[in-house]
Design a protein around this ligand. Structure first.
Ligand SMILES: [Zn+2]
Length: 482
């Protein structure tokens, strides 16, 4: 192990001509420590296999809060604590079945969405009505047929923009179908080979107005073939989900206190909660493991960053970024002290660069942060804005917020499914992500000049005008921030 470490360090030293300076020395050491002694794979496995799924409010979710609290204490981080916030309702998965009862009996492959109620005892039955891709005009066109029916929706699109568009549209069409009198909705899984998907179909942790299931694509095609042949199709859906009252979940916080400018803070964030069909390995045990390993490596080497590095593990992300939004609202007065927020939420795929969330003014500074990682292929800046992970409320507060841009090829085929397991993390790419996160953090914490600047109210207003972000912030109850 020692020899291996020396080889890594020699290679790294050759890559950094400025290594005579202490900062570059520390950066090289940090990168070497992660390649040679990184514990991120172990954290990933513990979160995924020993704790299991971490749905907010579930026993696994609570175990994960305690485990991360304990690990940060063992790493001797400072100010380690829980920050509670309110979730409007508890949700527990029951059984789910859907069967075709007409024209003949056939079992369908379904799983319940989270935060949807159970059906009445014995299930609900009705004709299946094809609601297309669920666009407002498509729902409007079939509204009169939805009373007592089961709506079948297959949202379209594969690009990031389309996926995020669907994320924001789904709760809307569920509400519209419920208002038209539908008794349940079946939503086509976007995954392959009968793999089912789950998430809430409501925002902000509220219970959706009617039962909703994910249905295998193959079954959607089967039902649509019957419908287009004008064969009447009836389906029975039976869900036994349990709902509970409001409860408190916890963000988990720890920090490495800065030595020269402790009031200036680099925040690393990742959501600790997951959905519950699988153990949420890529989404987002991997991101949490990257934060933990960054903390471990810095402490192990005894590095003393100038600025404070704060690690925040958010809960309630899958229900609409609730933990991070509550965090920002509770700490509004401190937002001016946050130099930058770095968010991990795209699994363990190769790091490619950063999403800068509309901040073209940061390009030069981000490029300089990426320079020591160029040999790993970390070189891209994407300016898109989106409110689909824990950066969203920080963006609304004007704080520079970067989401790591990663190769999402391993991520999207399995995220929110039973197949989101630790074996999907390829160790070399995963280690590269951790290296990219730790190296960026170290530079932000130690470079002489403070990174970026906080946007003022006028600049935030301009960003809202120039992008679609205002709609997303409002729906997710991020905006107005108060
Ligand atoms: Zn996620």
């Amino acid at each position: 192990m020692r020899c291996l470490r020396s080889i890594f360090l020699l290679t790294l030293l050759a890559l950094f001509p400025l290594c005579a300076q202490n900062r570059s020395d520390d950066l090289s050491k940090l990168i070497g420590e992660i390649w040679s002694g990184g514990q991120h794979a172990s954290y990933l496995q513990k979160l995924s296999d020993e704790i299991g799924h971490r749905l907010t409010g579930s026993p696994g979710g609570e175990r994960s809060e305690q485990a991360v609290l304990q690990w940060m204490k063992e790493l001797k981080l400072e100010n380690v604590h829980l920050e509670p916030f309110r979730m409007p309702a508890r949700w527990e998965r029951g059984t789910a079945s859907a069967v075709v009862v007409k024209p003949y009996a056939r079992k369908l492959t379904v799983a319940s969405y989270t935060w949807t109620p159970g059906t009445r005892s014995g299930g609900v039955m009705g004709p299946v009505v094809d609601a297309g891709t669920g666009k407002p005009e498509e729902i409007e066109a079939i509204k009169s047929k939805l009373k007592g029916a089961i709506a079948l929706v297959a949202p379209a699109g594969v690009t990031l923009d389309e996926v995020i568009g669907n994320f924001y549209r789904t709760p809307e069409f569920v509400k519209e179908c419920a208002a038209a009198g539908a008794v349940a909705v079946m939503i086509a899984s976007d995954k392959e080979k009968t793999l089912l998907y789950t998430s809430p179909v409501s925002f902000n942790g509220e219970v959706s107005p009617m039962p909703a299931v994910s249905i295998a694509r193959e079954d959607v095609e089967f039902l649509r073939r019957l419908i287009s042949a004008r064969t009447p199709v009836e389906v029975k859906v039976d869900l036994t989900n349990k709902l509970g009252p409001a409860f408190m979940a916890n963000n988990v916080v720890g920090e490495i206190r800065g030595t020269e400018n402790p009031e200036e803070e680099i925040m690393l964030g990742a959501h600790l909660d997951s959905n519950d069909l699988g153990p949420g390995a890529l989404d987002n045990a991997a991101g949490c493991a990257a934060l933990l390993e960054t903390a471990r490596a810095i402490k192990q080497l005894g590095l003393k960053p100038k600025r404070t590095i704060r690690f925040v593990f958010f809960m309630g992300e899958e229900e609409g970024m609730i933990g991070s939004t509550e965090y920002v609202k509770a700490h509004l007065q401190e937002m001016a002290n946050i130099v930058a927020v770095l968010i991990m939420d795209i699994g363990a795929g190769k790091p490619l660069g950063w999403f800068s969330m509309g901040r073209t003014d940061l390009d030069g500074e981000i490029q300089s942060l990426m320079a020591p990682l160029a040999h790993m292929g970390v070189s891209l800046i994407v300016h898109d804005t989106f409110a689909a992970t824990d950066n969203a409320a920080f963006m609304a507060a004007g704080v520079p917020n970067l989401v790591m841009l990663q190769d999402d090829a391993p991520y999207f085929p399995v995220h929110h499914t039973a197949a989101d397991t630790p074996d999907k993390a390829e160790i070399r790419d995963f280690t590269s992500c951790v290296v990219a996160l730790a190296a960026t953090t170290h530079q932000l914490a130690d470079q002489p000049k403070r990174f970026g600047k906080r946007l003022n109210a006028m600049e935030i207003g301009k960003m809202m005008k120039d992008s679609n972000i205002e709609y997303q912030w409002r729906v997710a109850k991020i905006w107005p921030l108060k």
